[in-house]
Design a binder for this molecule. Structure first.
Ligand code: GDP
Length: 298
């Protein structure tokens, strides 16, 4: 995902490392390179500006310029700023599933973002790592194929699946799923909302109504990391309407430029909780800001 960015950044650092003394001019020249590298990776402009300003403030300090290996210090400052941008150091946040069972997780996102696949991947992860029983329910009343897809993936994930009852509205299905979860002893109910090709008012109102019925502990927005700036704009719009608690970025195994992954947290203020790394039902990793920053810097 970050190959081109990694290469560009390493070139920018070449001019810094290995030098005994650094001037403000040297740092600024490197920062110009870093700025271009981030913009080429499709990172949102305000994010790039903030990032460069922050790194400059830290790097121009007397201590850095007079340090024994000042170039290395600047690289370390860029690394730390990247970790901050991606979500900060420390343990990944994970999911919050406390509360009276069944706890609901609501999945939202554009059609094709990987929402249904991610719902099944999450079910599998929660069952395996947290040893909780998960029920999957599709609320996509407009696309029977989406319901069937989730049913097939639920079987792969070895999770429960709420039977499809034709003619019910999404809100009715959400209510039935929560009841079934309660009666059948499920710990978690994952509700997969209708995919949409664009953000339209009717579907937004529907998602909000579902949210009011199921009162989810987690509302996760699934976004395709390959769509770059579009994914960031989508996240911003969803975040205005739904009480989102986190993001999942899919297709991190693809060869996109990585800008969305770098901008998302900053633009929405929401943590990236998971990343999709394959089409398979176990292709979901916990997002770890430090590890990701390390990967970007190579
Ligand atoms: P939805 O319309 O948002 O529910 O999207 P789907 O779950 O149907 O996913 C659309 C396509 O993307 C499917 O072919 C998935 O197998 C694929 N997909 C989803 N997540 C990932 C991922 O993390 N990596 C890769 N390579 N493919 C993914």
């Amino acid at each position: 995902m970050f190959d081109a960015l990694t290469e560009r950044l390493s070139k920018a650092f070449d001019s810094l490392t290995g030098r005994g003394i650094l001037s403000e001019k040297d740092v600024d020249a490197a920062l110009r390179e870093i700025r271009v590298a981030l913009l080429e990776a499709d990172v949102a402009l305000p994010v790039v500006k903030d990032f460069v300003t922050k790194v400059r403030e830290r790097a121009i300090g007397e201590d850095v310029i007079k340090a024994v290996a000042p170039g290395q210090q600047v690289v370390k400052i860029v690394h730390d700023a990247l970790v901050d941008l991606l979500g900060g150091p420390g343990e990944p946040e994970g999911l919050s599933l406390e509360g009276e069972p069944p706890v609901a997780i609501l999945m939202a996102g554009l059609q094709g973002s990987g929402k249904t696949t991610t719902a099944a991947k999450l079910a599998r992860r929660i069952q395996k790592t947290e040893k909780k029983k998960v029920l999957l329910a599709s609320l996509d009343t407009r696309r029977p194929a989406a319901m069937e897809q989730l049913q097939q993936m639920a079987a792969q994930a070895e999770a429960g699946f709420l039977p499809i009852v034709p003619g019910q509205t999404a809100v009715e299905i959400a209510r039935r799923a929560m009841n079934a979860g309660r009666l059948q002893g499920y710990d978690v109910v994952i509700l997969d909302t209708a995919g949409r090709t664009s953000i339209d008012e009717e579907l937004m109102a529907e998602a909000k109504a579902i949210s009011d019925v199921a009162r989810p502990r987690e509302t996760l927005l699934v976004a395709d990391a390959l769509t770059g700036q579009d994914a960031v704009e989508t996240a911003r719009r969803f975040n205005e309407r739904l009480p989102l608690t986190g993001l999942v970025l899919t297709r991190m195994d693809g060869d996109g430029r990585g800008g969305a992954a770098l901008s998302m947290r900053h633009v929405t203020g929401l943590p990236v909780k998971f990343v999709g790394v394959s089409e398979k039902v176990d292709g979901l990793d916990v997002f770890d800001a430090s590890r990701m920053a390390g990967r970007i810097l190579g």
